[in-house]
Design a protein around this ligand. Sequence first.
Ligand SMILES: [Fe+2]
Length: 345
Amino acid sequence: MTGARSCHRLALLFVSLVWCGWCVAGEAAPPRLRLFVLGDCKCNDSSKTHRQDVADVVRAMYYRSKDDPPGLVINTGDLVDDVKDPRDWKRFSKQHAPLFQMATYLAVPGNHDKPRGTDCRSWFDKLFKFPESVKPAPEALPFCRAFVQSGAGFVLLDSEIFSKADSALPQKEIDWLSGALAALGEQHASPVMLFMHSPPFSLGTHYKGWDGKETTAFRNRMMELCRKHAVAAVFAGHEHYFGRAKLDMDGYTFQVVVTGGAGATLHTASVKVPDDLDAGQLFERNVGGHRVQFTVPRDLHHFLEVDIADKEMTVRVFEPDTGPPAGYYDEIVEERFTIPIPKAE
Ligand SMILES: [Fe+2]
């Protein structure tokens, strides 16, 4: 009898251990916050093909999350093709309505939203509603915001200011960024992420975007601030592809994720990439005195799902599956990677 009981207990223990082991190996802890990032939809009311490409991405995002909505959706800019055409803004609003309904949806301006001499502020104010707890933007920098959500720090920047380094505004934005990152540090926000339209490093048609003497200097100062305040990643768009760039800064890794495939006409690398490299593979290039490691871009329509846990962020690149059967929409994970969350000094 005693022997039978011992056997029974051992069997129970075995089952428990197997169960616990399965739980640990098969069920990762749920993320603290799920974020969707997309960029460059460039909504254009007069092009049906383009309209379909935007619709495919939005539909894939909707089906990906209808049972488990993200905490936040952030668009890295170029929302519309023609800032002056109200039909493009209405098209953006209509096509992205499911995303506005599922989560807090925010955006930074791109060059198409804010070309020189125009102001998209009234459209931004109408469309993007920040939670009441978020501090208003400074008067001179109406698109710059910093806030904490679920313990993570978010900084929205206006990269169009840096690309027009002919006034005091770039310096104002750098000063604001310095203060915003310090304040997020005081709130122990982790990870901290920056969102902007123009990527600090890229390989596409805009790869020279930060080459000017002043813009390069502002990029270097921004990178130093990222290192000082342990920013985990910069999310940008502008290049109509998916790609990544990173560089080592004395033990700190400056990471750039480029997501510009939410509907606009796709592009690939404009700089010479070795013929034997496929999309997603790594290669290095000197940019502005930095040795930057790039991935070969993927020219695909897509959005990013970012799962934020305590020690790392997991990023999945989803491409909408628009193939048959008609009416069936799935998503394809084209790439999955993790970004370790750096610790502040
Ligand atoms: Fe752009």
